[in-house]
Design a protein around this ligand. Structure first.
Ligand SMILES: *[C@@H]1O[C@H](CO)[C@@H](O)[C@H](O)[C@H]1NC(C)=O
Ligand SMILES: *[C@@H]1O[C@H](CO)[C@@H](O)[C@H](O)[C@H]1NC(C)=O
Length: 250
């Protein structure tokens, strides 16, 4: 591409600079993940100059709404503006709300079907299962979440054991679809650790919980992301006499 002849020939090299995308798709735990020290911000920082990390977290949403919405979300990414390097799919916390919250509750079986459907929608947009990572709902600390519920004038509307059923369904759906899975519900409670410190209000992630998610997610992403090149040349490799020849032709 680089022409050694003269400036007039160097300039026509210009072409779009394409940044691959990592899409974080989920509910409030994803929406809030770009807060300082949030797990999404942490991943975005690690991928700076390699990928755009796109937050598509929608607080209060469930897998039923996600399934309806995902094709529209993907449409805007299909217009040749960079391939999708990875997608996290993080639903279940609102789905597993007890039936008393009918707007958000999604029955277990339907949740499982929805997760599989999301994989199909992604595959039909060119995002193969090996680029998809399901994240299960984290555990619920019932006493803390009950306090939040009472403050809002309702009774406890989530149970840890029920969140566990959704986590298991998520793991099984991932296995059937050949996608990766980060089983937060199990990992956070493993070996009798105090999982309550991973939660801020019994449901959402604390700073420690955000760190936990970013560390475990990075383990799943790292190998794939290391293969991606840094975008644009290292500054010391830019031709300082004639920067256009490097910056427009790389
Ligand atoms: C679920 O929805 C409620 C609204 O009812 C919202 O306040 C909460 O943050 C959501 N939780 C998750 C984990 O998405
Ligand atoms: C930098 O660009 C100038 C002008 O095109 C060229 O003469 C010179 O050889 C280039 N230097 C290097 C190190 O490529």
């Amino acid at each position: 591409m680089f022409s050694h002849h003269n400036k007039e020939e160097a300039l026509p090299c210009v072409s779009a600079i394409v940044w691959p995308k990592v899409i974080l798709f989920g509910d409030s735990i994803t929406q809030f993940s770009f807060q300082p020290n949030g797990w999404g911000a942490e991943i975005a920082n690690k991928l700076a100059r390699k990928c755009d990390v796109v937050n598509r977290g929608l607080s209060g949403y469930n897998s039923r709404w996600a399934k309806i919405l995902l094709p529209r979300l993907l449409e805007t990414h299909n217009s040749n503006e960079g391939h999708i390097a990875a997608v996290t799919v993080f639903f279940g916390a609102n789905d597993s709300a007890l039936k008393g919250k009918p707007q958000q509750h999604v029955p277990l079986q339907e949740y499982s079907e929805n997760m599989k459907e999301l994989t199909k929608i992604l595959a039909s947009a060119g995002v193969e299962p090996d680029k998809v990572i399901f994240i299960t709902p984290p555990p619920i600390h019932e006493p803390a979440w009950e306090k939040e519920c009472i403050l809002k004038g309702s009774a406890l509307n989530r149970l840890n054991a029920v969140a566990g059923q959704y986590a298991q369904a998520c793991v099984e759906a991932a296995g059937q679809c050949g996608v990766n899975v980060l089983d937060l519900w199990t990992l956070m409670q493993k070996d009798g650790q105090d999982y309550t410190e991973y939660l801020s209000d019994g449901l959402h992630l604390s700073q420690k919980g955000n760190q936990f998610v970013s560390e475990h997610l990075w383990r799943l992403l790292q190998r794939r992301m290391e293969e991606l090149p840094f975008i644009l040349p290292y500054w010391a490799d830019v031709n300082a006499t004639s920067p256009e020849t490097t910056l427009l032709c790389d």
